[in-house]
Design a protein around this ligand. Structure first.
Ligand SMILES: Cc1ncc(COP(=O)(O)O)c(C=O)c1O
Ligand SMILES: [Zn+2]
Length: 410
């Protein structure tokens, strides 16, 4: 096994693999460090292909000595070749990684499965999170499946579908009168004197590792090849940066050849601290007060913002933002061309992809992957009123009157 230590992303000081997330020396964030030098690519590939049909097939690249199991097994979601979407965008090869096809219908099942496996290993019996919605669903469900007690903290104005799809699992659901950044601050404070594993606070370094499985899967599903470009949403910036890290690790061990894809980040204009910093040329993000229909991406003070900026610049990518109208259009575009109904975060991703394609920023010959991270049924309000329903009497003449004879003949 290659997992070594926790390491400060700023000063590189190392720490034991415990529930800690910040460097004592410089207050920088900690992440998991690996020694990949002993991994043989051919052997690793055979182990992956013989592994379980879930994220645990990549356990050699996750922070465990022994491959864990989880009651809910996320991962191996479809990578769909989206030819009609590509045609609409004037591109040759577009793939959609549909991470709505996870146990609680978002990519958060990946990070929660890893965080809970580590929490159990460290002896925790209670898990908790600060969530913009999808994490709430995932923590409540995975805790229920593992028999752990859970506390889920959400902003009080969250979409009803996400609230209902959390409470049903029997968690302690706490709706905080404030935005996500208020919820996160409260959870950080609560974590100081409680023996709870807050998945995205004190065990955040492990939680973040779960997102690497998205890039491992994309590469494996492409036949151990790299895409040229990845478009992915940014809230805290953890997902975005860890997707690139997954590719980097497999390049390092020789499971992949080539270079890290161009990484394009997607934000909603109503909460775009990272996109703003990108276009202004800043190295850090200025916190904002979110106001957008993309509530799952509504983090005004993104913890991994500077690393997302650095990655976009280093890989030759960009960080773009799109308006609420463009997000709704992105949801429709994806639904109409692929049959995949995504939530607002996926609308942000689809809309940024469309915007970049329209601006000529993407070489039409590139192989592009759009990472669709959540399910449309969780943000139904955004499509209400965007299409017509033909209400008729139960007669042929009423039908023909409403839709015309052409509809019958077609
Ligand atoms: C559907 C969806 N996509 C993307 C993200 C972004 O995640 P991150 O905070 O890792 O940037 C979130 C975060 O909550 C989400 O719910
Ligand atoms: Zn440090």
């Amino acid at each position: 096994m290659s997992v070594q230590a926790l390491q400060c992303k700023e000063c590189h000081e190392t720490y034991p693999l415990e529930a800690r997330y910040v460097c004592d020396g410089c207050f920088g964030p900690l992440e998991v460090a690996y020694d990949l030098s002993g991994i043989d690519a051919a052997h690793a590939r055979r182990r992956i292909q013989a592994g379980p049909h879930s994220i645990w097939r990549y356990a050699d690249f996750l922070p465990f000595e022994r491959a864990p199991r989880s009651a809910l097994a996320p991962g191996l979601t479809p990578l769909v070749k989206a030819d009609r979407l590509a045609e609409r965008l004037g591109l040759r090869e577009v793939w959609v990684k549909n991470d709505a096809a996870n146990p609680t219908h978002s990519f958060k099942d990946r990070v929660v499965a890893v965080a809970l496996a580590k929490a159990r290993e460290l002896g925790y019996e209670v898990v908790a999170c600060a969530s913009t919605g999808n994490l709430a669903n995932a923590v409540a469900a995975h805790a229920a499946a593992e028999g752990l007690a859970s506390y889920v903290f959400i902003p009080a104005d969250l979409e009803e579908q996400k609230v209902l799809a959390t409470g049903v699992y029997g968690t302690n659901l706490v709706a905080v009168r404030g935005n996500y950044d208020d919820v996160n601050r409260l959870c950080t404070e609560l974590s100081h004197d409680r023996e709870w594993a807050f998945v995205n606070v004190n065990v955040r370094p492990y939680y973040a590792e779960g997102s690497k499985t998205l890039s491992y899967e994309i590469a494996e599903q492409l036949g151990f090849e790299l895409p040229d470009r990845v478009v992915a949403p940014i809230a805290s910036g953890s997902l975005f940066t860890k997707i690139a890290r997954g590719f980097e690790e497999w390049l390092e061990v020789g499971l992949l050849e080539g270079r890290v894809p161009v990484m394009d980040g997607a934000q909603a204009a109503g909460c775009s601290p990272v996109a703003t910093a990108f276009s202004e040329g800043w190295e850090v993000c200025k916190p904002v007060k979110p106001h957008t229909i993309a509530k799952s991406l509504a983090i005004g003070n993104p913890a991994d913002g500077p690393y997302a900026l650095e990655l976009a610049r280093r890989s030759g990518g960009t960080i773009e933002s799109v308006t609420d109208e463009e997000i709704c259009a992105g949801i429709r575009l994806l639904a109409e061309t692929t049959g995949i109904f995504t939530e607002t975060a996926g609308g942000v991703t689809a809309a940024v992809l469309a915007k970049l394609a329209a601006a000529g920023s993407i070489d039409p010959e590139e192989r592009v992957v759009a990472v669709i991270t959540g399910e449309g049924l969780k943000t139904l309000d955004t499509v209400r009123g965007t299409f017509q329903t033909h209400e008729i009497d139960p007669t042929v003449s009423s039908f023909e009157g409403a839709l015309g004879r052409a509809a019958v003949a077609a």
